[in-house]
Design a protein around this ligand. Sequence first.
Ligand code: ZN
Length: 194
Amino acid sequence: MSPIARLLAAVRTLHESQPALMRFAPWPDDLTEQQVTPLPCPAGQSLGQRALPGSRWTAPVIRALRRAAPDMEWRRTYTEQEVGARFLDTYGYVELFGPRGHFLSRKLRGYLGYWGPDLTYDWHAHEAEELYFTLSGSAVFSAHGSPNAVMKVGDARLHSSNQPHLMITLDRPYLAYAVWRGDGIEGLPMMSAS
Ligand code: ZN
């Protein structure tokens, strides 16, 4: 089994073990592996050197991600003008499954995202509904119409369609599994005014 297939299996085990994830969406039954050219980014390359403590449930995903990271397509949606150089140097994500993922799915989109310590992921929004599930570290989440919350390992946070949200990481790197469902799952997050 390839490192990316092992990662998919680890994420599936996590997904199917967590009621919050299963309530949001069942594990997709339409996955087919795609040929995706690896694309490195600084955050992905530094994963192996980072202490990323998890829980009994999230540690297997973190381990599998470290192994698969060099084979994956690391993306950074934003420009330096939008988010600044430090953000781009310490952030990155992979689309494990979804419309353009390592595994194709039209039903659900699953990302693994990494943010360095002390980073503000400024206000942004997207049409798809989203569930964040924290794998390692902690971050403060804000969203229009929802109370602020500190998300820790094992915590889940829902964003509704087009609900602007913001995230600030604390003193450790933050690693999350984010899942998109519904209309707009082929879209991209857009920075918003507030
Ligand atoms: Zn989002």
